[in-house]
Ligand binder design. Structure first.
Ligand code: 5GP
Length: 190
């Protein structure tokens, strides 16, 4: 998606250890007009696939997912990160390794909000090693919900997540795919 790639080139900052900082428009300050354009693009790509719920993960995916929910006119659920294992209530739970913090955390979704009738579009800001998306797929499987596909804002295509998730038979639509990235040479798209 040209609009997103332009924005990444203009405002993205390549940090050490393969982290792209895009906090001026994506995951701290949020450009909701851009989000709307991105949501419309996923709507176009997944039109007619029967998506009836959006599933994302706390926290950076939530803003994007809300706009996608508006485009598809369906509810948005976010998996909550929790450190507490003994949370009261009936939840699906899995573990995710954080790319940015290098820690493992539990994510949960209430059984009330995910079930076999759901046809999910998974949304997240980044795809790197595929742990966050993999966690959402695990939660969907526990609920016997169907995963229609995943909409990712920025895929770092040189990291293994994209291949891993597509290898599991999941359709992944990334709006910007980075082929390589370094502080010296900058950002190159696929
Ligand atoms: P994965 O689970 O695929 O390894 O990483 C995806 C998650 O890590 C995303 O939810 C995102 O929050 C975070 N992440 C991965 N790579 C980057 C990056 O380059 N920049 C930022 N800001 N977050 C990232």
């Amino acid at each position: 998606m040209h609009l997103l790639e332009e924005r990444i080139l203009k405002e993205g900052i390549v940090m050490e250890e393969d982290v792209l900082k895009v906090d001026s428009f994506l995951n701290h300050q949020m450009d909701v007009s851009l989000f709307r354009a991105m949501a419309e693009e996923w709507k176009r790509l997944f039109e007619g696939c029967g998506v009836n719920k959006i599933l994302t993960i706390e926290a950076s995916g939530i803003g994007l997912a809300c706009l996608v929910g508006l485009s598809f006119q369906c509810p948005v659920v976010f998996a909550k990160k929790t450190k507490t294992r003994n949370i009261a209530g009936d939840v699906y739970r899995t573990q995710v390794k954080s790319f940015t913090h290098n820690t493992i955390y539990d994510v949960i979704v209430s059984r009330r909000f995910l079930g076999p009738e759901d046809r999910l579009l998974l949304i997240d800001d980044f795809l790197a090693n595929g742990a966050a998306l993999g966690g959402l797929i695990d939660l969907a499987a526990m609920a016997n919900a169907e995963v229609i596909g995943a909409g990712i804002a920025i895929e770092k295509a040189y990291q293994p997540g994209g291949e891993l998730i597509r290898g599991r038979g999941i359709r992944v639509e990334s709006l910007a795919r980075i082929r390589s990235m370094s502080e010296e040479k900058g950002i190159e798209f696929c």
